[in-house]
Design a protein around this ligand. Sequence first.
Ligand code: NAP
Length: 270
Amino acid sequence: MILLTGGSGQLSTLVAEGAKDAGLDIRIGTRSANETDRSRRRVDFDDPQTLRFSDIGTLFMISAGYAEDDVVIRRHDAAIAAAVRDGVRHVVYTSLSGTGDHLAFSLAHRWTENRLKDSGLAWTILRNGLYAELIGALATPVDGVIRAPFGTGRMSPVARRDLADAAVTVLKDPPAHAGRVYELSGADAWSVADLADALGVTYRPSSLEEARASLNGAPLEPFQPPMLMSIYSSAAAGFLQASHTDLSALISAKPRPTLPIALEAARAAK
Ligand SMILES: NC(=O)c1ccc[n+]([C@@H]2O[C@H](COP(=O)([O-])OP(=O)(O)OC[C@H]3O[C@@H](n4cnc5c(N)ncnc54)[C@H](OP(=O)(O)O)[C@@H]3O)[C@@H](O)[C@H]2O)c1
């Protein structure tokens, strides 16, 4: 049986849909399951009592970001330790693409990759690129102007749905993907200037200093401004463009064009 963690999240929901369509035997794990919930079970990396995997063959472990590094590392360590203790055969982990090496949240991902490789478990690492949906939302124009400081660097974001399709391919036959690290950036590349052109708005990026001041004044968690600033800096420096992606090795269809997805997200977030 396969357990998908993070069951209420957007990526996990898409993976669950694809896995069900493929006839895979899955269970949904989420912090939001309650005792009367038959179709889902409670899985919270912060609560050791919920990390019971003895009936699980494959653990599909969605990264639980959105916290300081020590918190994320503690969560992932607890989940992997429980998988080892309970005899899980294979862990599939959603990590971050190599293009994201300079992002503030890459550290916890790389730590988790190492923890998994040293665990003695069979593993597959899906190094997901930044979502096109995320880039679009961050580049939302205000009064006809995009101010987010992405610079002019081209990026290779990826459709969340393609990442879910790639995950389902791995879940259909985990042993065939054991010991593999897949780089899953998008297949096309564009800049926020291209996005602005397609939206018919002006792109006038602020400086990083202006962006940081604005984020520091926003109602955000303390870890969030550095996370966002690292996305802007990495994009502007050109690090978010991939020279290679393994997407086509895991999905049979052509990768979805990502500019339209970002466009839709930018319009929706207005
Ligand atoms: N590649 C990218 O551009 C990008 C962008 C944003 C985030 N991410 C990372 O990729 C993951 C999946 O993305 P998404 O779009 O599905 O994000 P999302 O919709 O915001 O979902 C957040 C996920 O984190 C899980 N989570 C949070 N705290 C947890 C805990 N203590 N124990 C177990 N699970 C916990 C949630 O599971 P519950 O069902 O238990 O709530 C949920 O699946 C995110 O969690 C984040 O680490 C990647």
